[in-house]
Design a protein around this ligand. Structure first.
Ligand code: AMP
Length: 402
């Protein structure tokens, strides 16, 4: 199928061509015609599946040529995702004369307010900052025609559900609602019942599935040996590597340690200013920094197509985090690799992830000396995390292992 046959107007199609897309991805092919028809949708898509264009293109199509003013709203969980989604949409909207603005915390409200005054058709916003602007009457949601809730499961994890409900209540009843999520936990289902009761579900791949172009590997390591193992691993890599840590402090320390070792590394986490994070992402995207150490929240918005390897330096605390982290590689149909360090106390989390991935290409790291990622000799059997199943790996099912 081609983009031309989806029913999008010429100016949007020109924006798509400028982005270099040749044909729609699965999720785009399934959702765009339905959204253009006015259908409410719940898109359960793989990470990196092209969902931004899946909701962005039909939204921009519908708003083209209408009265100026805020008519399209996209709510996202993090600043990085906010910037990324807005950048994509600006590209697609380039020939349609539509203005796309952002609203996220960490920068002065007045800067965003001035941008709104220059023209605002679509707003990409994080919940907290969106409410700040609403309370100051910098914007009104009275004319919203379409709203998208992106990464709804992440909003839940970050405690944004009360804000989301408040925002939904401030919009006119006559509007089209779309919700995108990698998974559909109970609380998100309840939001769906309240605000999108008639929505059709579009499942691309199986629920919680990770991108199938990724090879997943696991390496048993001792906690104390993790820094050295990482250093050795990075020294062998020639492409871009994204390394995940569970805590901001650990993330910062690891970035500094790698820099001291002469590696082209930097760290990104919530304690850095929006500007510092933006610069850091830009340097990584351009390849100026090759190794980026990130926390989960900061890592969510990293949309860099050519990340060769994702390293879980700390094992993720939930299956969803594993899926989202590994989804930063293998994007847009490219091959990707994910390597996770596993210390003995993380065995249960590892088993949940491995059970979920079974059926895909999963390799335990070889343990012979001189091979693999520096696992001490003799750990292959007993001490290495086993490959057993541990009951499905539901949402946060094994987070109590820490
Ligand atoms: P997303 O899932 O929206 O974050 O998109 C993942 C990556 O795929 C982004 O870098 C997009 O620019 C890219 N992308 C989206 N749609 C297409 C397409 N139809 N063809 C090629 N690349 C695409």
């Amino acid at each position: 199928m081609s983009f031309d046959s989806l029913g999008l107007n010429k100016s949007i199609l020109q924006g798509v061509r400028d982005a270099g897309y040749e044909k729609p991805t699965d999720i785009q092919e399934h959702t765009i015609p339905k959204i253009l028809n006015g259908q409410e949708l719940i898109g359960l898509g793989q990470t990196g599946s092209g969902k931004t264009a899946a909701f962005g293109l039909p939204m921009l199509h519908k708003l083209t040529g209408g009265e100026p003013g805020l008519r399209g709203l996209i709510i996202v969980p993090t600043r990085e995702l906010c910037v990324q989604v807005a950048e994509n949409l600006r590209g697609y909207a380039k020939h349609a004369g539509l203005h796309v603005c952002t609203a996220f915390g960490g920068i002065d409200l007045s800067i965003q307010e001035s941008a709104f005054k220059r023209g605002l058709d679509v707003l990409v916003a994080c919940p907290g900052r969106l409410i700040d602007h609403l309370e100051r009457r910098n914007i009104t949601l009275e004319k919203i025609e379409m709203v998208v809730l992106d990464e709804a499961d992440r909003m839940l994890d970050m405690g944004f559900m009360p804000q989301i409900r408040r925002v939904f209540l401030r919009m006119p009843d006559e509007r089209q609602n779309l919700l995108f999520s990698a998974t559909l936990p109970k609380e998100v289902e309840s939001l769906v019942e309240d605000f999108l009761p008639g929505a059709e579900r579009v499942q691309i791949g199986s629920r919680s599935q990770s991108v199938s172009t990724i090879t997943h590997r696991f390496a048993a390591v001792d906690a104390l040996d993790k820094p050295n193992s990482l250093e050795r691993l990075l020294m062998r890599e020639s492409g871009k590597v994204l390394v995940f840590c569970n805590k901001k402090i650990g993330c910062e320390k690891l970035g500094n340690m790698l820099k001291r070792s002469g590696l082209s590394a930097d760290s990104i986490h919530g304690d850095k200013s929006a500007e510092a994070r933006h610069m850091c992402l830009g340097a990584f995207s351009r390849g100026k920094t090759r190794f980026l150490i990130a926390t989960d929240v900061a890592g969510r918005g990293i949309d860099v197509d050519d990340v060769a390897l994702v390293v879980n330096y700390d094992f993720p605390l939930s299956l969803e985090d594993y899926i989202h982290r590994s989804g930063r590689t293998g994007r847009a149909g490219k091959e990707g690799r994910a390597v996770s360090f596993v210390v003995p106390s993380e065995k249960r989390l590892y088993e949940a992830v491995k059970a979920h991935l079974s059926g895909k290409e999963v390799k335990d790291q070889p343990s012979a000396p001189g091979r693999g990622y520096g696992m001490p000799k003799g750990r292959a059997g007993g001490n290495r995390p086993g490959g057993g199943r541990s009951g499905g790996g539901g949402r946060r099912a094994t987070a109590d292992a820490r």
